[in-house]
Design a protein around this ligand. Structure first.
Ligand code: MEV
Length: 313
């Protein structure tokens, strides 16, 4: 039996991270340059029921039976088997590789989950619908960040730009005018679960102040939605700057992020902000043809560990 594989892209949040956890709208795009891949291969000679997992990027090489149930790979496999009521699965090897840096705001956990769920359900001859893939991946997101909004698993499952409000049907965006974003890595890893927990604690301690910030971010996302639809790139850049200010108010920026954001702006970016959990990870800069090259080199000179561009749609 041939090996079955599936890939899933990374993601970047353009607007609304953190506030989206509290019911505000957010906008996210898939990042197809970075992918996670899951390969499932039958092990016909292994003892019945053997499930082996290899994830060389994180030095994982283990039978499923040796992993705790809270391991995200173990959970992805179990969720798929449970969906089909399979108690005695065929023996197989699951191999996971990913080019998406971990703890960098680019959705590596959700991408690995989506790729695994799709590859395994296809291997079992029962391909799942996107809506089911998305909801199983959401269960795994809860392991990664406790109280996720669901935006990461959604944008990664559908691999399209989305306007997302927690608990509501998603809207796929189709911008009238394409736009280019540079994605630059601070090289500092930060688990999203930590910043989500920090915002949660700060909101509990100071609900009125934080709700004003969440509402401001929600308004920014709504205006950005109209700006994307109308192709108003200058406005989009201004909204990114405003969103960054709100994120800084919540202490989600960092000296490394601030340095990259400032250098992108000085080199002519239309707007710049952190993306995802913050306090490290990646930042985004909106550029046009006239300034893309200069912003890219400014980001490198300011110490970005990597810089690449993505054009939407
Ligand atoms: C993480 O990519 C985005 C956050 O808003 C968390 C979430 O929405 O689950 C920080």
């Amino acid at each position: 039996m041939p090996a079955i594989f599936s890939t899933a892209p990374g993601k970047a949040i353009l607007f609304g991270e953190h506030a989206v956890v509290y019911g505000q709208p957010a906008i996210a795009i898939p990042v197809t340059q970075l992918k996670a891949k899951a390969v499932v291969q039958a092990l016909p000679l292994a003892t019945t029921g053997t499930i082996h997992i290899e994830a060389p990027d994180i030095n994982l090489d283990s039978d499923l039976s040796q992993l705790p149930q809270t391991n995200p790979h173990a959970m992805a496999i179990q969720l798929v088997l449970d969906t089909f009521n399979i108690n005695k699965p065929p023996s197989f090897l699951l191999r996971i590789t990913s080019k998406i840096p971990v703890a960098s705001g680019l959705g590596s956990g959700a991408a690995v989950a989506v790729a695994t769920i799709r590859a395994l359900s296809n291997f079992l001859g029962q391909p799942l619908e996107d809506v089911q893939v998305c909801s199983l991946a959401f269960e795994i997101e809860k392991l990664h960040h406790g109280t996720p909004s669901g935006i990461d698993n959604t944008v990664i499952t559908y691999a399209k730009p989305v306007y997302f409000i927690k608990g509501q049907p998603i809207e796929i965006l189709s911008p009238t005018k394409s736009f280019t974003i540079l994605i630059a890595d601070t090289g500092v890893s930060k688990a999203t679960s930590e910043t989500v927990a920090q915002v949660h604690a700060a909101w509990r301690a100071n609900p009125s102040e934080y709700e004003v910030i969440f509402n401001n971010i929600g308004e920014i996302s709504k205006t950005a939605y109209s700006a994307i639809n109308a192709g108003k790139l200058k406005l989009l850049g201004q909204l990114m700057d405003q969103n960054q200010n709100q994120l800084s108010e919540m202490d989600l920026s960092s000296p490394e992020l601030d340095k990259l954001i400032q250098s992108a702006k000085e080199a002519g970016a239309l707007g710049a902000k952190l993306s995802g959990g913050g306090q490290g990870g990646n930042m985004l800069a909106l550029v046009d043809e006239s300034n893309q090259a200069s912003v890219q080199s400014a980001l490198k000179n300011a110490g970005a560990a990597s810089v690449f561009s993505t054009t939407i749609p």
